[in-house]
Structures are given as structure tokens and as C-alpha cells.
Design a protein around this ligand. Structure first.
Ligand code: UDP
Ligand code: MG
Length: 353
């Protein structure tokens, strides 16, 4: 198993990114389970992200580090939340493949090879589906609703958006920037950028120690985040299409109402006390506001596009190199990359941008 993860460059091929907040009791069994699943080798790293724990977690991590070079620790001075912990872990990780898992022993490291082999089939993100979720019903029920609505609205057919157990390719991690609580929507954001996303069932265990760090409040913030994601995926590069549509609709209806009132006013009828007049004026003002917001959004979009980034990934497919290829060296170099994919990765990765 372990040999599967070697890389020619000496850096680990696989990074495990594990966010944790006050999980002292779980860390030792988790560490042992990882070692049992992956063997001891220098071809993977375990990156623990201590999200400002106030218990013994940090000193335990140091004790792992004392005798294991594959353990790296990121320490936050205070609790920033799981998404920030993951973002920092992604940034510091070095592997071509990155696997995130929770520190509370609910995700089973024995599933790691399964996630990796699915990724190798040509996916960029493999999400673990907690098919038999071992959590109280107060959590699983709202989660079902959340998953169904998110799947419907984002258009990506996943059954479990709340899973922290996922495998990613480096190029996807480098491309996505997460913050707030958007980590739940990484599959949706990735899918919208054109990455290949899939889901595999994984074993899920009940929490053995400590408490869940999230209460029911997460579902409210989850739905607000869903709004953000819908906006970011559909309208990020064209905010005027959303605000402009709303603006024109309000403006049009307001204008029609006011034209009607003007006509009957010209015919001598009093309109000063009619509620319809207030509605008409309100709609017109709202319409103009929506339109201006959309135009401001467009201005922000233009500057962000000029500064950096794109919303999609694409593959450059070069013509096959031939001995008579006039580009000589360049052609040969391209074909060399194509011919030598890294272990477990599809050859077309070489051409990804
Ligand atoms: N976590 C974290 N920072 C936080 C909250 C949670 O790093 O502010 C970690 C936590 O230690 C665990 C993972 O995120 O490793 C998932 O948290 P939890 O088990 O509480 O969530 P649940 O399984 O209930 O969804
Ligand atoms: Mg948990």
C-alpha cells in the first residue's frame, strides 16, 4: 500500500489534512489508525491543524512529532473555525493528493485507499458519503433536507454535502479559495468550475469522545452560505444579470402603475391618497437601486477579473509530437510529460491549466 504513494521529487505524494479543535482524547487512536491504514513511510504527511485548542491537543501533537517525521502541525492562536483551518491546511500541504478528515474518529482512515483509488479514475474531488450516518436524529434529519435542497439548487448530484472526509487533487485545491463556512460547498464550487466530482460511500462511526462543535445554528448559516454559493456560481461574473433582471422587473411594474395613475389623474380623478401610488413609486426606486447594485457588481467583477483568476479550468490538448515536428524540442517535451504521468494519475493531467 505505502509504495503506492511515492513520488520522484522526494516530497510526500499524499497529504492528510486534519482540522481539530479540543480533540485530545481522539488524537492518539486517530494517529494509530492512520499508521495502521497507511503503514509507516515518508511518502505521505499528516498535517494536523490545531484550530486554537485549549486542551492537551497541542502537546499530544508535539509528542507525535518527536518520533515521526511525517507529522506536521499548524497551530492557530485562537479558534478560527473549520473552514479557516482547512484553508490553512490546504495552503501548507505539499502532496499531489490531499485528503481531509475529521479528528473525532468519525471518519475511518481505512477508507483512505478507497478514496485515492477513486480519484485515480480521473476525478478531481471524491467526497465521502456517510451512508449510515452515526449521529443523533436532530442532526441527520435537518441534514437530509439541507442535502436535498443543496443538491437541487446547485445541480450536483451528491447525497452528502456535510462530509469532512474528502480527497482532492492539488490543482483543485490551488484553484479554490475557501473562507467562512464555505467548506461544505467545495464540491459545488469545484463542479461549477468544471472539475470532475464524485462521491463514494464511506464508513462512519459515532463520536466516541467530546462533543460536536456545531449546534443547530449551523443549518441557518448553512442556508445563508448556500445563497452565497448560488450567487457565486451563477452570477459571479455577471451580477447585472441577477440584479438587472430584478431591477428591470421592479422598474417596469412601477412605471406601468404610475403611467396608469397619471392617465386617470389627467382625466380628473384624485390619486394623492391611493396606496397604489406609493407602491408604484417604491417599485421604481427599488428598480433603480437594483440596477445600480448590478452595475457596481459588474465594476467589481471587471477589476477582480483583471487582477486574478478565472472561474473555470480547461485542458490544453497539444497535437502529438512527430519526428518532423517543426517545433522540435518543445514538441518532444510536451510528449514526454504526457508519457510520464505520476503514479495513479491520468496522463491528461499534464495538460491541465
Ligand atoms: N473543528 C475545528 N474547528 C472548529 C470546529 C470543529 O477544527 O471550530 C474540527 C473538529 O475538531 C473536528 C471537525 O472539525 O475534527 C468536525 O467537527 P465536529 O465533529 O464537531 O462536526 P460534526 O461531526 O458534528 O459535523
Ligand atoms: Mg464529528
Amino acid at each position: 500500500m505505502a509504495a503506492h504513494y511515492t513520488t520522484a521529487t522526494g516530497t510526500p505524494w499524499l497529504s492528510l489534512v486534519i482540522p481539530l479543535y479540543n480533540e485530545a482524547e481522539s488524537l492518539r487512536p486517530l494517529y494509530d489508525a492512520i499508521k495502521e491504514a497507511l503503514g509507516s513511510g515518508d511518502n505521505y504527511e499528516i498535517l494536523f491543524v490545531d484550530d486554537g485548542s485549549t486542551d492537551e491537543s497541542l502537546s499530544l501533537l508535539h509528542s507525535f512529532q518527536d518520533r515521526d517525521e511525517s507529522v506536521r502541525v499548524l497551530h492557530f492562536a485562537r479558534n478560527f473555525g473549520k473552514a479557516e483551518a482547512l484553508a490553512a491546511g490546504f495552503r501548507e500541504s505539499r502532496g499531489e493528493v490531499i485528503i481531509t478528515l475529521d479528528a473525532d474518529l468519525q471518519d475511518d482512515p481505512q477508507e483512505i485507499p478507497h478514496l485515492v483509488s477513486t480519484l485515480a479514475k480521473g476525478y478531481d474531488l471524491v467526497s465521502g458519503w456517510k451512508q449510515h450516518r452515526q449521529d443523533p436524529i436532530t442532526k441527520t434529519m435537518p441534514s437530509h433536507v439541507f442535502n436535498a435542497v443543496t443538491s437541487y439548487l446547485t445541480g450536483i448530484k451528491l447525497k452528502d454535502f456535510n462530509s469532512g472526509f474528502k480527497a482532492y487533487r492539488r490543482r483543485l485545491v490551488d484553484e479554490l479559495h475557501i473562507y467562512g463556512e464555505l467548506h461544505r460547498f467545495l464540491p459545488a464550487l469545484a463542479y461549477w468550475k468544471g472539475f470532475r466530482v464524485t462521491e463514494v460511500p464511506v464508513v462512519h462511526h459515532p463520536r466516541r469522545f467530546g462533543n460536536s462543535k456545531y449546534g443547530a445554528r449551523r443549518f441557518l448559516s448553512g442556508f445563508l452560505d448556500l445563497l452565497t454559493v448560488l450567487f457565486l456560481t451563477r452570477f459571479r461574473r455577471k451580477p447585472l444579470h441577477l440584479f438587472g433582471t430584478l431591477g428591470l422587473a421592479c422598474l417596469g411594474i412601477g412605471l406601468a402603475i404610475n403611467l396608469y395613475l397619471t392617465t386617470i389623474w389627467l382625466q380628473g380623478e384624485a390619486i394623492g391618497t391611493r396606496p397604489l401610488l406609493q407602491l408604484g413609486v417604491l417599485l421604481m426606486v427599488m428598480g433603480i437601486q437594483f440596477l445600480s447594485m448590478g452595475l457596481l457588481g459588474e465594476m467589481l467583477t471587471v477589476s477582480s477579473v483583471e487582477e486574478r483568476g478565472r472561474t473555470h479550468v480547461y485542458e490544453v490538448i497539444e497535437p502529438p509530437a512527430s519526428p518532423t515536428n517543426s517545433q522540435g524540442e518543445a514538441g518532444t517535451a510536451a510528449s514526454r510529460i504526457q508519457a510520464a504521468p505520476q503514479a495513479g494519475q491520468p496522463s491528461r493531467q499534464a495538460g491541465w491549466r
